[in-house]
Write a protein that binds this ligand. Structure first.
Ligand SMILES: Cc1cc2nc3c(=O)[nH]c(=O)nc-3n(C[C@H](O)[C@H](O)[C@H](O)COP(=O)(O)OP(=O)(O)OC[C@H]3O[C@@H](n4cnc5c(N)ncnc54)[C@H](O)[C@@H]3O)c2cc1C
Length: 256
């Protein structure tokens, strides 16, 4: 899937969106003094050990945990729908350079923590923006950039006028002018966001966003996320195998 090309009016910033895993639940030991040690002496994926050990609680088996046994247990839990166990692991992902259209879809997923760049507090005077592939394919880049530039000028003008009105005492001193100037901003504006879903929710998100019905940008971002998470966990193996074989998850059956 072709990735969107976020730009500023000065030019292409990079091949965004940039997706970075910045946090992950790991098995730890905490001493009485509160010192934390990540149990990195374990074989296999660490987040999976946390999940598998929680899963073993259900069956009270005394088996010695190994990477192979973790994998088998996780495969069985995914197959049988015993997926609440996957909720023991959370993942934190930072996404930079996606459009506000994309983030609006992303935040519809309810079982996740979200922190997003604020258009109330931040100055969007020199915003970056995303160019949809169809605009490039149709040769409409110049027109698109021109319209984006007009939106930027409108934002700056409103910002100035609102600030002037504030100075002149026509608006209360507490008024945040950016929060009203932003009403003129396009959906193409880039917006940085950090999300923390648990692994069960992330599985749900893949199944919704990696289908042929999904919008290209969110599809592209979840394709990148999938590539990254299969390197740190087996919880997404079934989804990844299906996706690699079919190019989408249109007919993937999620047992939940
Ligand atoms: C192709 C596509 C087109 C879309 N088009 C539109 C549109 O035109 N307009 C629009 O408004 N939205 C649209 N959406 C958004 C969609 O309706 C969902 O809001 C979004 O996909 C989040 O999915 P979800 O609610 O299943 O999942 P999440 O919020 O991620 O929840 C995960 C799962 O938890 C369960 N769950 C969560 N909350 C509840 C609850 N309160 N009660 C019972 N079960 C719950 C459900 O099983 C759910 O699937 C679209 C989504 C897609 C993928």
């Amino acid at each position: 899937m072709k990735q969107p090309r976020p730009q500023t009016l000065e030019g292409v910033t990079s091949m965004y969106p940039e997706v970075e895993i910045v946090g992950l639940s790991l098995p730890v030991e905490v001493s009485d003094e509160g010192k934390i040690r990540v149990r990195d002496d374990l074989e296999g994926f660490l987040a999976d050990r946390l999940i598998a050990d929680a899963g073993r609680t259900c069956y009270q088996t005394n088996e010695k945990a190994t990477a192979e046994k973790d994998l088998l247990l996780i495969k069985n839990m995914a197959k049988s729908g015993h997926t609440s166990v996957f909720e023991h692991a959370n993942i934190t992902i930072r996404i930079r350079g996606g459009s506000r259209s994309f983030t609006h879809q992303l935040v519809r997923h309810r079982h996740q923590a979200i922190s997003q760049e604020s258009q109330r507090y931040c100055d969007e005077g020199s915003f970056g923006f995303v160019i949809p592939p169809s605009i490039e394919e149709a040769g409409l880049e110049d027109l698109y950039k021109q319209k984006i530039q007009q939106a930027q000028q409108a934002y700056l003008l409103l910002q100035d006028k609102l600030n002037e009105a504030k100075k002149a005492g026509k608006l209360s001193k507490d008024r945040k002018t950016n929060e009203d100037a932003r009403f003129i901003l396009p959906n193409a504006v880039q917006s940085e966001i950090v999300i923390t879903p648990n692994f069960t929710e992330l599985r749900n998100m893949f199944v919704k966003r990696l289908t042929s019905h999904a919008q290209w940008e969110i599809f592209g971002v979840f394709e990148i996320i999938l590539k990254k998470v299969v390197k740190i966990s087996d919880v997404f193996d079934d989804i990844n195998e299906y996706f690699q074989a079919n190019g989408n998850l249109d007919t993937f059956k999620l047992v939940a």
